[in-house]
Design a protein around this ligand. Structure first.
Ligand code: 3H9
Length: 675
């Protein structure tokens, strides 16, 4: 096998080049190649300096995550970076793309760093439930100080080259197109000069910065193990000699690596990327060109959907029926952009460009030049069919027609057109400009290139897209249903809304079933007859307890939307318990978990068996990005695997649920849903 590392001599400078697509991950072959290259450079008397650079789209993007959890081939990354730093000739890292994780650690072990202005440096390990385990937590604070090291390691967001330069993390900026030449010049200049080594610098303690950082991020870090470990390592760098700090880093790294949280977060990293692949469709299928998007409906959903495309530079024609609604929708989009600009996350020019790409209209006919039209109107089959019938006569040939329905049958909608192959579902989650998930619903007749075009477009608008089959509620909402039904039953049997919600929040969800109802609207799907009271929900809706919007739902709300338990709701529940004669018992946390979370896993197994999700990991992606399932638990299917499927089956049986055959089979065979 040829090595991904090649050597090129430029006079007395040895240029060590890695070419390991797609992202130059530091797998065994790369590490071995780097080790022998450095040895050769050090041993060769005709070499006076070395440059390490990468081919392809990026500098090393980190350790090879696929090697984690398996025995590590020599040399291990920590030993390799120490060897680079120990070299007695200047070694220069020449950085383009993203120097991430182990890649950034390789760079920091070099004596000098030069980067193109578009490059970024970062330690995203925390997002995999880890910390930089090859000296990053010890070298970064020595080079750039504690505050930046904390931010980079514990939050994991990469920083641009210019900021890295200002902070002392890199030494020079290269020309965008002259990295190798500039690195060579830099190397020649440094020949014979004393070698700066990050490990020999001291990191200044900064307890105030540590306290402020920890406090400011307490919410974001809640329940995650890795951020605290990253912070502890950075602090250690200011307290003990380098070698001792490295030992501490190693020990903390191994603890995290063996833990469930990191396994879950690594599972989601790969799950997210796998979700983009569609079984049975070739990767190189020709895509349709999407130059203009039409959105029908300028309400909350339509407006949010439009913003995704406008922000990505794709012009949008937005249609409403009434001028007033159109004006309101357009004004909301502007207001949202202006709020983003006020936070410094957009410039005034960018706001102007986004708004300039928006064409509001009252005429459906104006959608004739759109390549993709997304309908985001009232959730009613009749209304949707009417619109798709009209669109069939308006849209140009080859245009993709999508519905943003969250439950309805895409096949039925497609059937009213003469082009069902061009129709599919694009289920955005509210707020549509913020939430990362997009369920792409594949109808029976949806053409392959329509599906792949929309999946590729999703990446462009920075969504995580998952393919779902046609069924009521698709993947996410379908799994939500058994949870909500069971939560209501538990109320009847003696639990309180607060108790059930607390179990879900303690589990790591952003909110519980009743908090979610209050946010979404208790009146959603209500029959609107206040005299017909057949459920607790009907009783609440009849009293206009519609949730946060009416300041009363399952909870009472103050002006700032802070919830408090409602004595009136307790009365309504008690009244229903008496009326129905429901048997009361003490409901435990364990029972709430078994009766609200296990049925979701059960439903997930049905969805998989029916082929409505391509793979179990897709279900996990839906729940992480659409509903805030805690990423450190890896999604419902991964979580079920960590619990043991036998335990899930036993819990379901205990409470009288029908166990999905696939779940039972897997449990019997000792298998898992996820790999
Ligand atoms: C680490 O370094 C630990 C050390 O501190 C200590 C060690 C002792 N390994 O994202 P994309 C694959 S932890 C293996 O679609 P983009 C990815 O699965 C690591 N594979 O591209 C995908 O495969 P496929 C710290 C990797 O352009 C393909 O590459 N580093 C790795 O949108 C393309 O990926 C990180 O956490 C990897 N490290 O984004 C960085 N990275 O085509 C993780 C990617 O088969 N990587 N792949 O689906 C990223 O953030 C993005 O991939 C990157 C490119 C920004 C680099």
């Amino acid at each position: 096998m040829t090595s991904p590392i090649t050597l090129h001599r430029h006079g007395d400078v040895l240029v060590i080049v890695s070419d390991n697509p797609p992202v130059n991950a530091l797998g065994a072959a790369v590490r071995q190649g780097l080790e022998s290259a450095i040895k050769e450079g050090v041993a060769d008397a005709s070499i006076a300096a070395m440059v390490i650079r990468c081919e392809g789209r990026t500098f090393f993007a980190g350790a090879d995550i696929t090697e984690f959890g398996k025995p590590m081939a020599e040399p291990a990354l920590p030993a390799l970076v120490d060897m680079i730093e120990a070299a007695d000739k200047p070694v220069i890292a020449a950085i383009h793309g993203t120097a991430l994780g182990g890649g950034c650690e390789v760079a920091l072990s070099c004596h000098y760093r030069i980067a193109v202005p578009s490059a970024k440096l970062g330690f995203p390990e925390v997002k995999l439930g880890l910390l930089p385990g090859a000296g990053g937590t010890q070298r970064a604070p020595r080079l750039a100080g504690v505050p930046l090291a904390l931010e980079m390691t514990a939050k994991g967001d990469p920083i641009p080259a210019k900021r890295a330069l200002d902070a002392g993390l890199i030494d020079r900026l290269a020309g965008e197109d002259s990295l190798e030449a500039d690195a060579l010049r830099f190397a020649k200049e440094m020949i014979g000069k004393p070698l700066p080594r990050a490990s020999q610098k001291t990191a200044t303690p900064d307890p105030e910065a540590v306290a402020a950082f920890t406090k400011a991020n307490a919410r974001r870090f809640r329940s995650f193990d890795a951020p605290a470990a990253n912070i502890a390592c950075v602090v250690k760098a200011t307290e003990v000699p380098f070698e001792e700090g490295i030992q501490f880093e190693r020990q903390e790294f191994m603890k995290l690596m063996m833990g469930v949280q990191s396994a879950a977060q690594r599972h989601i990293f790969f799950a997210e990327r796998k979700a983009a692949k569609i079984d049975g469709i070739a990767d190189d299928i020709a895509l349709r060109s999407i130059k203009r998007v039409g959105v029908i409906g300028a309400g909350t959903m339509g407006g949010g959907i439009s913003m995704n495309f406008l922000s990505a530079g794709i012009p949008v024609t937005i249609v409403e029926m009434q001028q007033e609604a159109l004006d309101r929708g357009t004004a909301t989009i502007r207001k949202n952009y202006e709020a983003t600009a006020a936070k410094g996350r957009m410039t005034a020019d960018q706001v102007a460009a986004a708004m300039g790409a928006l064409t509001p209209t009252l005429k459906l006919d104006d959608l004739a030049d759109c390549d993709l039209i997304i309908e985001a109107v009232y959730e009613e089959m009749g209304v949707k069919k009417d619109i798709f019938g009209k669109l069939d006569g308006i849209a140009k040939p080859g245009a993709i027609l999508a519905s943003n329905t969250s439950y309805l049958d895409i096949n039925e909608i497609a059937a009213v057109t003469k082009r069902p192959g061009d129709v599919l579902g694009m289920h955005f989650f509210s707020p549509a400009n913020v939430m990362k998930l997009l369920e792409v619903v594949r109808g029976d007749k949806t053409a392959d290139d329509v599906l792949t075009t929309v999946m590729a477009l999703a990446k462009k608008i920075r969504k995580v897209a998952v393919v779902a089959g046609v069924c009521h509620g698709f993947i996410g909402n379908r799994m939500l249903m058994p949870r909500q039904v069971e939560a209501m039953k538990l109320l009847m049997e003696g639990a309180t809304p607060e108790q059930i919600d607390k179990v879900h929040v303690d589990f790591g969800m952003p909110m519980g079933p009743f908090q979610m109802s209050d946010l979404a609207g208790v009146d959603i799907g209500w029959h609107r007859d206040p005299t017909r009271i057949e459920s607790i929900r009907d009783a609440l809706a009849a009293e206009k307890r519609w949730g946060q919007k009416t300041k009363a739902g399952f909870y009472d709300y103050d002006d700032k939307r802070n919830p408090s338990p409602s004595p009136r709701v307790a009365e309504i529940i008690e009244d229903f318990r008496k009326k129905t004669g429901a048997k009361q018992h003490e409901v435990t946390t364990e029972e709430i978990v078994e009766r609200t979370l296990y049925p979701m896993v059960n439903e997930g197994a049905l969805i998989l068996a029916e082929g409505k999700a391509q793979r179990a990991s897709d279900i996990d992606v839906v729940w992480i990005y659409g509903y805030g399932w805690p990423v450190y638990r890896g999604g419902p299917m991964f979580w079920a695997d960590t619990q043991g499927l036998k335990k899930i089956v036993a819990g379901l049986e205990k409470h009288g649920f029908d166990v999905a055959p696939l779940l039972r089979e897997k449990a019997d065979r000792g298998e898992r849903f996820t790999s």
